[in-house]
Design a protein around this ligand. Structure first.
Ligand code: GLY
Length: 385
């Protein structure tokens, strides 16, 4: 079984072999863009390349981008911890074509990587294509449909509406129709009872989107209209934590080696166990599990933010981070009976786990610990009052 670092490496190596330049993640915190506080997707740092406002140095690029979805158009905060597959901070694996290849290569390579390299069971994969939108004057994406037909039986190629299959970064900006790849991770017995096609995009925690391939052709203007971009581009985003879960055969992102070390540490600090809820202790165990997931998720958002130079504060992005930190502390305090600072103790575990891919966690470890510890001490004093 691949560990998470190997999964990331394989993605980057694959696209390198297809002529892509591998670039480091941009910071998670965005400066100088009034429409965005944090990078909410892999494409956000490349916005100006899509719009034709910046020169294209490499027409093909691949990376893993640190993203945060806690505000604005893409906000997953309320789902985090309650379910097992949304996160505040997550890595988005992406391959990019800036005016170079388009649908054919993107779809062919996505399939090749998932089924030949990662060897995911083809019969568990579903794809969706854009059905069109009268409102925007756009038709069905026949081209993507026909490309998928080479690989996927038609009953597993589904049509999706604008909400699911037309990707937009925000209210304005580059956008375009997309094709998503979903994985059905249910048991064979459940699959025999209910076909996966009806579970796609239906909030089934075991039938989840893993990869979105966006065909950027338009720009949404402030008045809501669409104009054609000077070039056609590809923007793909694969949720790293979800991919690892699929490849490690787990039913929850938190059971993978991306989160497990932090959860182990939380068990040690709190004396509580992270384990499946059963009939007798369902409610009690669920409260513990949700708290542990929230904390294991939030420590990443906070640590990466501080490593990127955004400290908790009372305004703007700093306030978002402070609120995430306080949310995690409250869960620890109320559900895990943690009555003194504990979040800072998770930082070395995280740095150890992710420091290879993101060296800033190692180089800034002491600062991250110190900032979190101070924030925690002062918030614990407030909680005690
Ligand atoms: N930009 C594609 C996505 O975030 O899904």
């Amino acid at each position: 079984m691949l560990n998470s670092n190997e999964v990331r490496e394989k993605f980057l190596d694959f696209f390198k072999s297809k002529g892509h330049e591998i670039v480091p993640s941009a910071p998670m915190v965005v400066k100088n863009d009034p429409t965005l506080m944090f990078n909410n997707s892999g494409m956000a740092p490349f916005k100006d390349l899509f719009l034709g406002n910046a020169p294209i140095k490499f027409p093909r690029v691949a990376d893993t981008q640190k993203c945060l979805r806690v505000s604005g158009k893409h906000n997953d905060l309320e789902e985090v911890g309650v379910d097992t597959y949304h996160h505040t901070m997550f890595e988005m694996l992406g391959n990019w074509s800036f005016g170079d290849y388009f649908k054919k290569e993107a779809i062919t390579w996505a399939w090749e990587l998932l089924t030949d390299v990662y060897k995911i069971d083809k019969s568990r994969l579903y794809v969706t294509v854009f059905e069109g939108s009268a409102e925007d004057g756009l038709g069905f994406d026949q081209e993507a449909y026909d490309l998928w037909k080479q690989f996927v039986p038609e009953e597993r190629i589904l049509r999706g509406n604008k909400k699911d299959n037309f990707w937009e970064m925000g209210d304005m900006g580059p956008c375009g129709p997309c094709t998503e790849i979903h994985y059905d991770g249910r048991s064979d017995a459940d699959i025999a009872k209910i076909p996966g096609a009806s579970r796609v995009n239906n909030d089934d925690p075991q039938v989840i989107e893993i990869w979105n391939n966006v065909f950027m052709e338009f720009e949404r203007k402030a008045d809501g209209s669409l104009i054609k971009l000077p070039k056609q581009h590809v923007d793909t985003g694969m949720g790293f934590e979800r991919l690892v879960r699929v490849l490690q055969g787990k039913q929850s992102n938190y059971d993978t080696d991306v989160f497990k070390p932090v959860i182990d540490k939380l068990e040690e600090l709190s004396g509580h166990r992270y384990k499946p809820e059963n009939e007798n202790d369902h409610k009690k165990q669920l409260i513990i599990n949700i708290a542990m997931r929230v904390i294991a998720d939030h420590i990443r958002a906070i640590s990466f933010s501080i490593a990127d130079g955004q400290l908790p504060s009372n305004t703007g992005a700093g306030y978002v981070i402070r609120r995430i930190l306080r949310r995690a502390i409250r869960y620890g305090y109320q559900s895990l009976n943690l009555k003194e600072p504990f979040m800072f103790r998770l930082v070395p575990v995280l740095a150890n786990q992710l420091g290879h891919a993101f060296p800033e966690l190692l180089s800034q470890k002491l600062l991250i610990e110190k900032v979190i510890r101070e924030e925690e001490s002062s918030f614990f004093r407030t909680l005690e009052k």
